[in-house]
Design a protein around this ligand. Structure first.
Ligand code: SF4
Length: 375
């Protein structure tokens, strides 16, 4: 067992009062995480996102456009995927370095055989403070109805379901599939029955395609306890043909909903939360916004990503291939060696793509596909 106490890492002394030089409350808040790794911008490594498969049963145009991910697309062969045991071992090492929340993503994680077994292994992990590590999942919900109870029983804490509209034709256009909205809604209902909580629904909004679904979605999820979050369409990967004109700014969504239902902003649940939070003034529940284009949040980004084949990425918009943990895992490297690789990767991290998006040349770029490193 690798003893976290002797890790030679740069600890920021939380007892230190902000220097007279006006060290921002933000830096002080970020430095409050002792025993946790901090990157070059003093952001703690708290959240691990694991892509457990690069395959998906949908072809959402902003993530896996069919013209690129067509029938000739070569997905990762099974031996190249991290095994469930390798994922669990890597996750254990991450928690010994301060990770508190693990999110399972993909592609579509429910396509991964043995996903419940993996959840069970991960739910046995403890944080540095001895608390259970929070296990979350992001899914497109199409297979959720049949799996929700088993995931809950295995130890899944919370779930986020991607749903870009209620109108079948618009949903089919956004997902470029013949999957049915009702199967996703059945999945959400099954997750509620199973007691997964909170349940969040992420709606990516693309102007001219599904922005007309903003109000129907808001209406549908009011008074259900489900937290609907509107996601600004992002230039993830290098294949979705992103243009700024198709982005519906978060502010515009709030203004639209507020015309019918007044909203109040509320504080984040925790440092590094990606969504800004709002509640309906009439008590009908909470909505959120993930505004990576117009209200960037890189200054509080606490996320590291492990790809389906075991590479580390320190930003959703990364270009370079990251540290290869799979090689270390398969060379029977010690936990210490693997920890050192993670420490090195995070401590040298300076990513803040969303802050500089408009300063860097749009093309040519070779950003890693979101379906490979997880959203
Ligand atoms: S752009 Fe990169 S650094 Fe910024 S919030 Fe997203 S993942 Fe984090």
């Amino acid at each position: 067992m690798y003893d976290a106490k002797i890790i030679p890492i740069k600890l920021i002394d939380a007892r230190a009062t902000p220097r007279e030089s006006g060290e921002s409350a933000l830096i002080h808040r970020l430095s409050n995480f002792t025993g946790v790794l901090h990157d070059a911008l003093q952001r703690p490594m708290l959240d691990l996102r694991i892509s457990v498969t690069d395959r998906c049963n949908l072809r959402c145009t902003y993530c896996m456009p069919r013209e690129i991910f067509d029938k000739n697309h070569v997905f990762l062969p099974r031996p190249e995927l991290l095994s469930l045991e390798e994922i669990a071992r890597a996750a254990q090492i991450f928690t010994s370095l301060g990770v508190r929340k693990i999110r399972l993503t993909g592609g579509e994680p429910l396509l991964r055989r043995g996903i419940e077994k993996l959840v069970e292994k991960l739910s046995a992990l403890r944080t540095l403070n001895g608390e259970p590590v929070e296990i979350a999942m992001t899914t497109n919900g199409v297979l959720l109805a049949a799996k929700a109870q088993a995931l809950k029983d295995a130890g899944l804490s919370r779930i986020t379901v991607s749903l870009d509209g209620l109108d079948q034709a618009i949903f089919a256009r956004m997902s470029d599939s013949n999957a049915e909205v009702k199967s996703v809604l059945a999945g959400i209902a099954a997750a509620q029955r199973a007691g997964l909580s909170p349940i969040k629904v992420n709606m990516v909004v693309k102007r001219g395609v599904n922005d007309g679904e903003i109000m129907p979605m808001a209406e549908y999820f009011r008074n259900t306890g489900v937290i609907l979050r509107f996601v600004e369409y992002m230039d993830v990967g290098s294949s979705n043909g992103w243009v700024m004109d198709e982005v519906v700014p978060a502010r515009e969504v709030i203004d639209l909903i507020s015309t019918r239902y007044p909203l109040h902003p509320i504080d984040a649940n925790c440092t590094g939360e990606v969504a800004s939070r709002w509640v309906y003034a009439d008590g009908a529940g909470e909505i959120g916004q993930i505004a990576s284009v117009t209200q960037v949040f890189c200054h509080e980004c606490t996320r590291i990503r492990l790809s389906t084949d075991g590479k580390l990425y320190t930003c959703l918009f990364a270009e370079q291939s990251g540290t290869d943990l799979r090689a270390l895992l398969r060379q029977d490297s010690s936990d210490e060696t693997i920890s050192d690789a993670i420490i090195n990767s995070w401590q040298n991290r300076t990513d803040r793509y969303s802050e500089i998006r408009h300063e860097v040349p749009a093309f040519p770029r070779n950003k890693i596909e979101m379906s490979y490193i997880g959203g």
